[in-house]
Design a binder for this molecule. Sequence first.
Ligand code: ATR
Length: 277
Amino acid sequence: MSLEKIPLAGVIGSPIAHSKSPQLHTHWLRTYGLPGAYIPMDVSADDLADVIRTLPKMGFVGVNITVPHKERIMELADLVTDRAILIGAANTLIFRKDGKVHADNTDGYGFIQNLKQYSPAWDPKSGPAAVLGAGGAARAVIAALLDAGVPEILLSNRTRVRADALKQEFGKRLQVFDWVQAGNMLEDAALVVNTTSLGMLGKPQLRVPLDGLNKRAIVTDLVYAPLKTRLLIEAEEAGCTTVDGLGMLLHQAVPAFERWFGVRPEVDSATRAAALR
Ligand code: ATR
């Protein structure tokens, strides 16, 4: 096959060295024997628009977008999916053959698929979900949970005004708790989600008392480095089912890979191992 026929994709952010997406997409390209390459690109905010205009001319079929460009990229797209508009950010671009740039956000999809895969007994309608954190990741998680049929979101964030802003947006299905009382919302929760960066390598630990945690609750953390955060370890000790955050990263990549390379990839133990390499 000639070089110009090879579809190219990649991830744009700054910094970008930590991204696991190149290992992941390269693993799938090899697994399915597909021509293609996936390249990490460190791009500044000043260069972002030029780069997005240029990539399709170089054979790129799309890119993932990561920190700090996930919000700004929305202005540069010709078409934006409803779920990306709702979240206010995009993580995936598709460069269409008609020249249009299509922006999507698959983070919420990845979050739900991860729960379905690793905690198949989870029924969204079984009870409220307690969400810790009110940043960009929380927005994607809350929108996806409400869309999946979760009856109520119990939300707590260190900076109360950010949680109140989400309450304004999502309305009466969302109830805000003070950060110092975050432990109180766990009693009623069927699902507990940490969307803060606390517990990540090099960051302070999340310190929420789990005494009131319902033993039937499922506890999940968006942090995946380390895989077993203190929250997950303590939740397991309390008898809860836990789901780590790596699967969300893997599942959010599935729709993009399928659109770019034409095969819907599996998320399995080999995929996890590849992303951790
Ligand atoms: P992301 O897009 O990953 O959600 P973000 O918008 O910067 O990133 O949000 C990070 C989340 O982690 C926020 O909920 C943040 O709380 P604040 O809104 O109070 O900043 C939370 N977070 C980060 N460091 C924290 C800390 N030391 N204690 C409590 N919460 C913290």
